[in-house]
Design a protein around this ligand. Structure first.
Ligand code: NAI
Ligand code: NM2
Length: 506
């Protein structure tokens, strides 16, 4: 894999083939046990096969979990500052190889190279941030009567499983592993079968930085492998990013052995644009809220509520800029939108657009399959970014997570009305508001039922800031200091300094 990464500077779309093993445990890459049931992994930009993914079965999952457990026993006994040093070294290596990792991520995921570089920067920043926190983990001392006392210890949970989605493959692996490792846990990570390639690079980097063998492991596979992980008695916690239906299954499976769970699920987030906004920023914000990573972002603000008076001018600007987004070869510097993850997903997103039309929405631009001129890109999964007007709250495109570049725009009249409509959803991941009125901005933020509210911007998620959902968008948080709570447990130690009470008079 190191060789593959080194070959990246000269790699272009349509060239790379991955033949290395994609599983990793016990400190090295592991050959698939049977070498059967191969599932092809594609390069979204071309539709070409990139590699085969062999799903791990029970024996392999057991091995990965055992190797994680052995590493946990060593790692959890180290001082936070010792763990921090190793994590900082891993962050440094990611930073050093940032461009190559980003390129491989583009080849596997289809997003534009400019975005992928940001993802990799966020990744090493996450490791740096939690390395900084590792040395601060501590308990409390509590004075009791007669000189007795108690203290608390913040301890690791054990082996944590992470199940990732395909939209931010490397970044998700870092968002999950960095706080887990900082707290002294070991991790078994299962990437999405669509993006099997880059998690093992992170595993190699952790190893190179000096973690004990088995501390961060990668098992490949889909739902079956995920089920084996969630049902495994040797696992203390499952952290999941993906769809709501799968999240519910994960919670059910984890309940059997009372595993802790963090769920980072989908959304259908509202973005509210008041007439007193700075329009240029609101338009840019609406694009940020809808079109990053081809619209395949869980916290996207896809229900755009615009105050009626500014609707015509907003639509004119937003459509003009959406039409100008350069769609195409994701490895080119000027491209701003690459390919969707799979052919099937592209068809699903286009199906949402057709259904929206049938239900009465008006396509102002885009919403069609896009075939670039360059021959090698013809099999890629591209579409033109879409703006839908004439939408109403009961339409499918306004209620369901599309996970593609489709913005639904609706007018509103009053703050009270729009808050009610914005909150009328089972999701609650994110939300946004554009206004120059600071009281209104904070009032709206308070009243939106969502884990994040962006004021006068959208999709800004630095690692210092907690990220996670309300309602069916999940629970638990990623990023920020609070995530320590989700990867550690408190032990209370009670110390008697006097004699034990003769309570039973005997
Ligand atoms: N919140 C988010 O960031 C994401 C939301 N989604 C939404 O989900 C839709 C479907 O995408 P998928 O990739 O199929 O999402 P998914 O939720 O089925 O898959 C996410 C991860 O869960 C694993 N998984 C699937 N079934 C499992 C099971 N029974 N037990 C354990 N692990 C299991 C998958 O292999 C993958 O690693 C998208 O169209 C989008 O609407 C998808 C990816 C990310
Ligand atoms: C990085 N950000 C904020 C655009 C999205 C991260 C959440 C996700 O996994 O979709």
């Amino acid at each position: 894999m190191a060789q593959l990464l080194e070959s990246m500077p000269s790699a272009s779309t349509g060239q790379v083939v991955v033949t290395d093993h994609l599983n990793f445990w016990g400190g090295c890459r592991v050959k698939p046990k049977d070498g059967i049931n191969a599932e092809p992994v594609h390069e979204p930009a071309t539709g070409r096969k990139l590699c085969d993914m062999f799903p791990c079965g029970k024996e392999e999952v057991d091995q990965a979990i055992q190797s994680a457990h052995a590493a946990y026993l060593k790692w959890s006994k180290m001082a936070g500052m010792e763990r921090a040093r190793v994590m900082l070294e891993a962050a440094r290596i990611i930073r050093e190889r940032r461009d190559n990792i980003a390129k491989l991520e583009v080849i596997n995921n289809g997003k534009s190279i400019t975005e992928a570089r940001v993802d990799i920067d966020v990744s090493w920043q996450t490791l740096e941030y939690y390395a900084g926190i590792a040395g601060t983990l501590a308990g409390q001392h509590i004075q009791l009567p007669g000189g007795s006392f108690a203290y608390t210890r913040r301890e690791a949970l054990g082996v944590c499983v992470s199940i990732g989605a395909w939209n931010y493959p490397f970044q998700i692996a870092c968002w999950k592993s960095a706080p887990a490792l900082a707290c002294g846990n070991a991790m078994v990570f299962k990437p999405s079968p669509f993006t099997a390639v880059t998690a093992v690079i992170l595993a190699e980097i952790y190893k190179e930085a000096g973690v004990p063998d088995g501390l961060f492991n990668v098992v490949q596979g889909g739902a079956e492998t995920g089920t084996l992980l969630c049902n495994h008695p040797g696992v203390a916690k499952v952290s999941f990013t993906g769809s709501v239906p799968t999240g519910k299954k994960i919670m059910e499976m984890s309940a059997k052995t009372v595993k802790q769970v963090t769920l980072e699920l989908g959304g259908k987030s509202p973005l509210i644009i008041f007439k007193d906004c700075e329009l240029e920023n609101a338009v840019r914000g609406a694009l940020m809220a809808n079109f990053l990573t081809q619209g395949e972002v869980c916290c996207n603000g896809t229900r755009v509520y615009v105050q009626r008076e500014i609707m015509p001018v907003f639509l004119e600007e937003v459509v003009k800029r959406t039409k100008a987004i350069s769609v195409g070869d994701p490895l080119l510097e000027n491209t701003r939108m690459g390919a969707l993850i799979t052919r099937q997903h592209l068809d699903k997103v286009l199906g949402f657009v057709s259904q929206a039309k049938t239900e009465g929405a008006k396509v102002l631009c885009g919403g069609e399959a896009f075939i670039p001129i360059e021959p090698k890109l013809k099999g890629g999964y591209y579409m033109s970014p879409c703006v839908l007007d004439n939408c109403t709250d009961d339409m499918t495109c306004v209620k369901e997570e599309i996970f593609g570049p489709v913005m639904s725009v609706m007018p509103f009249d009053t703050e009270e009305e729009v808050l009610k409509r914005a909150n009328n959803t089972t999701f609650g991941l994110a939300s946004g508001v554009f206004t120059r009125d600071i009281s209104r901005a904070h009032r709206v933020a308070e009243n939106l039922q969502a884990g994040t509210c962006f004021i006068n911007n959208y999709n800004i998620s630095p690692v210092e800031v907690p990220f996670g959902g309300y309602k069916q968008s999940g629970f638990g948080r990623e990023n920020g200091q609070v995530t320590i709570e989700y990867y550690s447990q408190l032990k209370t130690v009670v110390v008697e300094m006097g004699d034990v009470d003769d309570y039973f008079n005997c």
